[in-house]
Design a protein around this ligand. Structure first.
Ligand SMILES: [Zn+2]
Ligand SMILES: [Zn+2]
Length: 208
C-alpha cells in the first residue's frame, strides 16, 4: 500500500493521488508563463534593456535589478531545478539513455507533464517532485502576483532587427497597469505618444 507523497492519502500502488497529479499538471503548464513574467520583472520600467546589460557588470547597491526576482530565478534556480527533475525521472525510467541536454524550462515542463502518468504510478520521488514544483510556483507568484496579469495582444512589433531590414513581427502584449509596451522577443520599448503612433502606423495590413 502506498500513500500520496504530497498529502499522505492512501493511493493503492501510486506515489501521487489523482488530485495532486492533476494539480502538478496544472503547475507544470503554468510555470513557463510565470517564468516569463519573472524575466519581465527583472527589467524595471524606467530602464531599457540595453541599459540593463550595460549596468549589470556594475551591480551593487545601485543595481537596477530586482533582488527578489534574481533570487527566485538564480539561487533557487527554477530552470535548473526543473531540469534536474527531468534528468532524474529519465534516469529512473530509462537507465540506459544518456541524460537529456538543457532544453529550456518550457520543454522540461512539457516533458514532465507528458510523463506524469508514469511519474504518479512508478516514480518513488513523485511527492518530492510535486512539492518542489509547488514551492517554485509559490515563490514565483509572490513576485509576479496572483493571478498572473492577463496580457492582451495589441499588435505586432515593428522594430527592424538586422541589417537586412527584417521586421521583428512578434506579438506585442499589454497587461493592465503597464504604461509602456515592450517586445518580449527583441526587447524594443514603445513608450510615449510618438512611439505608440509609430507602432500603429507600421502595423501590417489586416489579412482577413
Ligand atoms: Zn495527494
Ligand atoms: Zn520585437
Amino acid at each position: 500500500m502506498n500513500t500520496c507523497g504530497l498529502c499522505g492519502t492512501d493511493t493503492g500502488t501510486s506515489h501521487l493521488c489523482t488530485r495532486d497529479a492533476v494539480r502538478l499538471a496544472a503547475r507544470l503548464a503554468d510555470l513557463p508563463t510565470l517564468y516569463d513574467e519573472l524575466v519581465q520583472c527583472l527589467v524595471p520600467r524606467r530602464y531599457g534593456f540595453g541599459e540593463i546589460v550595460a549596468t549589470k557588470a556594475a551591480a551593487g547597491p545601485r543595481s537596477p535589478l530586482d533582488e527578489d526576482v534574481l533570487d527566485t530565478m538564480g539561487s533557487s534556480g527554477m530552470e535548473a531545478a526543473v531540469h534536474a527533475w527531468r534528468v532524474d525521472v529519465q534516469r529512473v525510467r530509462w537507465p540506459h539513455h544518456s541524460p537529456p541536454p538543457a532544453d529550456g524550462l518550457a520543454a522540461d515542463c512539457r516533458w514532465l507533464a507528458m510523463e506524469l502518468d508514469w511519474i504518479a504510478a512508478h516514480y518513488p520521488r513523485a511527492g518530492e517532485l510535486a512539492q518542489e514544483i509547488r514551492g517554485l510556483e509559490a515563490r514565483a507568484r509572490d513576485v509576479v502576483g496572483d493571478p498572473v496579469p492577463r496580457r492582451k495582444v495589441v499588435g505586432q512589433c515593428v522594430a527592424v532587427v538586422d541589417a537586412e531590414g527584417t521586421v521583428c513581427g512578434a506579438d506585442i502584449t499589454h497587461s493592465a497597469g503597464e504604461s509602456r509596451l515592450e517586445c518580449r522577443v527583441c526587447r524594443t520599448v514603445y513608450e510615449g505618444q510618438n512611439d505608440l503612433l509609430l507602432l500603429l502606423h507600421y502595423q501590417p495590413e489586416q489579412t482577413v
